[in-house]
Design a protein around this ligand. Sequence first.
Ligand SMILES: Cc1ncc(COP(=O)(O)O)c(C=O)c1O
Length: 392
Amino acid sequence: MSAYSKLSQRLDTGSDKAWSVHDQAIEMQRQGEDVVLLSIGDPDFRTPEPIVDNAISHLRVGRTHYSPALGELNFRRAVADYETRVSPHGCSPDEVAIFPGVTAAIYAVLSCLLDAGDEIIVVDPAYVGYMPILKAIDVKVTWVDALPENDFLPTLASLLAAITENTRVIFINTPSNPSGAIMSRDFLATLAEECQKRGIWLVCDEVYSMFTYDKPHVSLRTAAADTEGLVVIDGLSKSHAMSGWRMGWAVAPAELTKHLGNFAAMSQFGCPQFIQDASAFALNNDEYYVREMREKYRERRDTVCARLDQMSGVSYHKPESGMFVMIDVSHFENDDTVFAQKLLDAQGLSLLPGSAFGENSKGHVRFSLVQPIDVLEKGCDRLHAYLQQSGC
Ligand SMILES: Cc1ncc(COP(=O)(O)O)c(C=O)c1O
């Protein structure tokens, strides 16, 4: 039987080389082996108890029915209020569309802005989840370098130079996965202005917005003088340790939001009511929990970086945000996937090869901070032992 659409062929990305070490590590763990798994980005924290209680109480009172495609008004209002608090522009629920996670929001936004063959500019390195979406919607991607020597940030000049008369969208991510780099207010303001002048959409994934350590996150909407043509995508997966609840949103001009509503009506047909209720509660009452988790991530980052400082020949990028440390292993091994494989085989430590994120993170491995300090210390011990054993 070969009667499948071209879309289903594009969606079939097959088993990815990037995840090979991680998949082996999971299998080894399943077989009872002692593996330290630091290759993924799913927060280890439990969702704060009051958010769980809130969801349960809404479940009990029967908030279990169909919900508007764009999202429950109370949750859209909570997102709009949050946006209004952090940005000078104000935001109304008409500019908010709810999706089951940031991934679904990105897929919907790009699907509403781009046709097959249209041009989009994306920064390399990029979160591994972007490529399958770009492939599915069949767009022409122009990659712009974010070089390690520029702290994994693209230059404004290189982004503007990549624009052609066919460019319809520039897609950025700040704070960044994998590097934790943060785009500055000036950078975002100028980029927004340049895109607006040219009639190009500027879409920004800000899912790590609440976990910054050394300087604050500035949202694209906050930085820009005008919100025309801007879309900010965010969600609760990381900030509130709610990855499994699947809650994300897009803040976009009202006309685009209507299209997003049509898209949502044809795809998910609304998200669970009780989860949106608890998500609204989470956003309105989050300061304590988010701060507590942020401080724990900061402590983890500092602990891992202090350990890396003691390993001779190791260089790394101290992340300004997020949950990952990018370690440069190019002095030890040409190929980061080979390095990660040997590390798993020799020490039972699973890190993600940097090449998973693009050309510019090749030669690095990504060390995830989503485990308690004692596990991270064990990961550092194993990395150190591997480097010493292999005569590095
Ligand atoms: C930059 C970035 N965007 C989006 C996502 C996916 O978010 P969600 O789980 O809400 O779909 C991730 C998850 O790791 C991410 O790192």
